[in-house]
Ligand binder design. Structure first.
Ligand SMILES: [Zn+2]
Length: 302
């Protein structure tokens, strides 16, 4: 795991850690060994995963950063799930799924003395309405883990200021996390600096040592998190981002042979204005589709 920090490609290192060397390595153990017997091992493994991620990012993580990193992407995280936090859920799910079949084979009820401690552990991590009291039906690990993530997400949100709340809310928007799982090939490849800055901004980690006057616009304060970059229009950056998004979608439509037209005039009667970025004729049911793009930032004030 430690060698991932020596790859000199943080995007590839993070993906390898995520898909090959983190939670997935522990799933078999936490589904087959009661959590109370494996907690210490899980803690050591989780610590090693976080240390590796810190090495890839070349930066330490705060307790809030760690909570976000360990959340699933659905809740704005990276998906480096904690094996310790999800161990009880994994064991409960595994046991509840095989209990009926095993009892049929054995022709007698199974008494599992470790189950109560696993249920107590799981229930201590979720709100009252999500607690599990019995194993009358099989319980899916995906659902139990999602309940833990939701509780962690609520706790994280309660600890954050309003800017970080907005940031995490946007991180959890559909498809917002796609870049974190993009393979480093062709146009999806980040430079090392791009990836590190993007990841730090995703997690709310400062990218500057102190506030200073912005060297681009020369009249605004650059905050340590670099939020100013995203909200202040200068050098046509916002237009460049808008056009890049538009062109990406245009290429997609071209590849599908939908005959897209950029900024088509006379869409509205008696007007040569171009209200749409892209027009797709006969998109569905005899009607065309008009698509317009806007670049906004979740933390801008207006
Ligand atoms: Zn500026």
């Amino acid at each position: 795991m430690e060698k991932l920090t020596h790859l000199d490609n943080p995007q590839a290192s993070c993906l390898t850690l995520l898909f090959c060397a983190s939670f997935c390595k522990m799933v078999w153990y936490i589904r087959t060994v009661p959590s109370v017997l494996i907690d210490d091992v899980c803690q050591k493994f989780d610590d090693a995963v976080l240390k590796t991620f810190e090495g890839i990012l070349a930066c330490g993580l705060s307790s809030q950063n760690i909570k976000q990193v360990q959340l699933s992407t659905k809740f704005g995280g990276i998906g480096l799930r904690s094996s310790k936090d999800h161990a009880a859920a994994a064991y409960i799910s595994s046991f509840s799924s095989v209990k009926t079949l095993a009892q049929t084979f054995l022709n007698s009820p199974i008494l599992n003395p470790q189950l109560d401690s696993c249920l107590s552990s799981f229930n201590s991590k979720v709100p009252h309405e999500d607690r599990v009291s019995s194993l009358s039906d099989p319980l899916q690990q995906k659902i139990l883990s999602s309940k833990i993530d939701r509780a962690t997400s609520l706790q994280l949100s309660s600890e954050c200021n309003v800017i970080d709340k907005a940031r995490i809310l946007c991180c959890s928007a559909p498809h917002a996390s796609a870049w974190t799982k993009a393979l480093p090939t062709s146009s999806n490849k980040f430079s090392n600096l791009e990836w590190v800055i993007a990841m730090k901004r995703w997690l709310g980690i400062p990218i500057f040592n102190k506030e200073h006057i912005c060297v681009a616009c020369h009249n605004q304060i650059m905050d340590i998190h670099g939020h100013h970059v995203a909200v202040w229009p200068v050098s046509g950056d916002r237009i460049k981002r808008h056009n890049a998004l538009r062109d990406c979608f245009y290429e997609f439509c071209l590849n599908a042979a939908w005959g897209p037209i950029k900024e088509k005039p006379f869409l509205l009667p008696y007007s040569s204005e171009r209200p749409a970025d892209i027009f797709i004729p006969n998109f569905s049911a005899g009607k065309g589709l008009v698509v317009d793009f806007a670049c906004t930032c979740p933390i801008q004030q207006n």
